[in-house]
Write a protein that binds this ligand. Sequence first.
Ligand SMILES: NC(=O)c1ccc[n+]([C@@H]2O[C@H](COP(=O)([O-])OP(=O)(O)OC[C@H]3O[C@@H](n4cnc5c(N)ncnc54)[C@H](OP(=O)(O)O)[C@@H]3O)[C@@H](O)[C@H]2O)c1
Length: 254
Amino acid sequence: MNISGNTILVTGGTSGIGRALAEALHSKGNRVIIAGRRQALLDEVTGRNPGMVGIAVDLSDTVAIAKFAESVKRQFPELNVLVNNAGIAGLEDYTAESIDLTRAYSTIQTNITGVVQLSAALLPTLRAQPKSTLIVTTSGLAFVPFPPGPVYSATKAFMHNWLDAIRVQLKKTSVEVLELAPPYVQTELGGPQQASDPRAMPLEDYTSEVIQILESNDIEKGEILVQRVKPLRTAERDGKYQEFLDMFAGMHDE
Ligand SMILES: NC(=O)c1ccc[n+]([C@@H]2O[C@H](COP(=O)([O-])OP(=O)(O)OC[C@H]3O[C@@H](n4cnc5c(N)ncnc54)[C@H](OP(=O)(O)O)[C@@H]3O)[C@@H](O)[C@H]2O)c1
């Protein structure tokens, strides 16, 4: 994709990776729309970035997504980049007497159903542009699961698989399909402690490497992979899958 001159919708633009990407893309000369549930943060981010627009929506609610997509199409018929970045994470304990799946269900709803529904609703708009891009934020955990978070990891593997399939379907259209697979990054996805976890990649470093990759347009097989996530991406091929799985299990036991 071109790094400037686009109209870009970034879901999950109120915090973490989405906010950092939205701000970076705004500063590169794009019209950026952010979406998320927290109105106060939408106001804060758009206030700091004049020209950016914020729209409140709950992307785990199928009725709300349909209304949101209609309103985006009406207000921004020139939309040519959709960044499906909103996501939540959770842990499940399958050794428990009673396994609580409440968070797991909303994770599936937000990370899978919401992304598929919003993409389907906005693809006709993207296809109508001469050059457009559909991006989904997956994770390095799409390639090796984090044992304490089975559903979260599987939602990301699902989206990786889905992206590979729709990329083939959309090959002859104007829509480029990209996967953004971050490594462990300093955000509050897994709780406030993650934002300062020294094992996680600093958010600023992650964002600037992603912008460099987008600017270079050197995106192999449609995957935006910073150096730090590459060992996970190729773990299976490199015979390191079990090693990562054991390491992740150990991280949780610490
Ligand atoms: N940080 C990491 O280590 C890491 C690694 C790999 C992949 N990722 C992925 O990166 C993406 C962004 O996560 P992050 O790390 O930046 O965490 P974050 O700071 O918690 O950001 C999550 C974003 O998603 C939005 N969101 C969540 N549920 C939503 C809903 N129902 N409706 C609308 N928006 C919703 C949140 O906005 P509101 O709360 O305002 O709704 C927030 O802006 C996620 O898809 C995550 O899975 C993160």
